[in-house]
Design a protein around this ligand. Structure first.
Ligand code: ADP
Ligand code: MG
Length: 347
């Protein structure tokens, strides 16, 4: 088992602008870290740097206590699984999974046993003689995973492994990856642009924007304590109100709001509350009277837009709570759910 640390990694491709800026994070032994970020934010470049396929312009990559910058890819023990399950099409599943062991000159009998174990671990026991074109996309991705696992890597690097799969298969494979990781205690770095996948599998998430780390923490912290409005928006935050904080009160266009989040100094702030944290009905403090302006049924939930003064607050309600446009609605903003962000430029 291996700890992976990135120290101030920066990178520019030849003749190109910098694409990574001072990226630092540590993935603990047996931890599953998700690198999350929009397309082009540098996730793949970080994985390729860890695998040894890209040599970063600056910074260091450490496995346990040793820098691996001078170690060639095949000796790092970091194995990468890609979005396009790159199986050898003319080899059967068994041969695909056995490939890495053959290269390492492992004896035939051991190979047979290890291949069977790896396939069982990804719920494909007995699939040795199938050919890749006889498998579904999800099954091919499982074979790719087995092929990586069979050589017992120190670090498993997964680049968007679920992105080409349909939703139900995604969820199945998410569970498989999580189970494997917990049973085998493998250090994993999982890249995705999808916050749902990230939240579902991660021990911790490292959020990248424009090649720089914006926030690292447990999935819940991105919802409850986003560091700025970009992070809050990336995770589905939509209610943002400029305000002026004085102690436990923030003056806003909605009137004064009581808040518990008093770490920020007094002065300009940006107030946010998640749509699912806004409650319907009168309750203690922070009660507001609004008018329903929008209502949309979304299956598992319904979304409602309530106009208050010149602003609109979005709230998520259950699909059984129906509101009509023009209807009066009383809202409660629980003070422990109000989060204060740095004021935005020009506010
Ligand atoms: P992500 O995986 O988050 O989508 P990438 O790491 O693939 O992001 O890319 C980050 C940036 O680096 C992008 O602007 C991309 O165009 C650029 N980039 C990636 N690979 C290369 C390359 N081989 N040569 C030049 N630029 C590249
Ligand atoms: Mg990528």
């Amino acid at each position: 088992m291996t700890t992976v640390s990135l120290h101030n990694l920066s990178h520019a491709f030849p003749f190109g602008p910098p694409v990574l800026h001072d990226v630092s994070f540590t993935v603990g032994q047996g931890e599953l870290m998700v690198l999350l970020g929009p397309s082009g934010s540098g996730k793949t470049t970080i994985l390729r740097s860890i695998a040894g396929l890209v040599r970063p312009t600056e910074g260091d990559i450490i496995f346990d206590d040793q820098s691996v910058l001078g170690v060639p890819p095949e000796r790092r023990g970091a194995v990468m699984v890609f979005q396009e399950h790159a199986l050898f099409p003319y080899m059967d599943v068994g041969a695909n999974v056995a490939f890495g062991l053959k290269m390492r000159r492992v004896d035939t009998n051991t190979i047979r046993i290890k291949v069977a174990q790896a396939l069982a671990a990804v719920q494909l026991a007995g699939y040795e003689n199938r050919r890749p074109d006889e498998l579904s996309g999800g099954q091919r991705q499982r074979v790719a995973l087995a092929r990586a696992l069979v050589i017992q890597p120190r670090v498993l690097l997964l680049d968007e492994p679920l992105s080409s799969l349909e939703p139900s298969l995604r969820e199945d494979l998410r569970v498989t990856i999580r189970t494997l990781q917990q049973q085998a205690g493998i250090t994993m770095i999982f890249v995705t642009h999808d916050q749902t996948d990230a939240v579902a599998v991660a021990d911790r998430i490292c959020l990248l924007m424009h090649g720089a780390v914006r926030q690292i923490g447990e999935p819940r912290s991105f919802f409850e304590r986003p560091v700025d409005s970009d992070v809050a928006r990336f995770f589905g935050g939509i209610n943002f109100l400029p305000g002026i904080k004085r102690g436990r009160i923030v003056e806003t266009d909605l009137g004064p709001l009581e808040v518990d989040d008093t770490d920020k100094p007094d002065g300009d702030v940006l107030v946010t509350i998640r749509p699912e944290a806004v409650e319907v009905g009168r309750n203690g403090h922070n009660n507001l009277v609004g008018m329903v302006e929008t209502y949309s049924f979304q299956g598992l939930v319904a979304r409602c837009g309530a106009g208050i003064s010149d602003t609109q607050l979005q709230l998520t309600v259950t699909p059984y709570q129906r509101f009509r446009r023009g209807e009066e609605i009383i809202l409660h903003l629980p003070r422990e759910r109000i989060h204060l962000l740095p004021a935005e430029n020009g506010q």
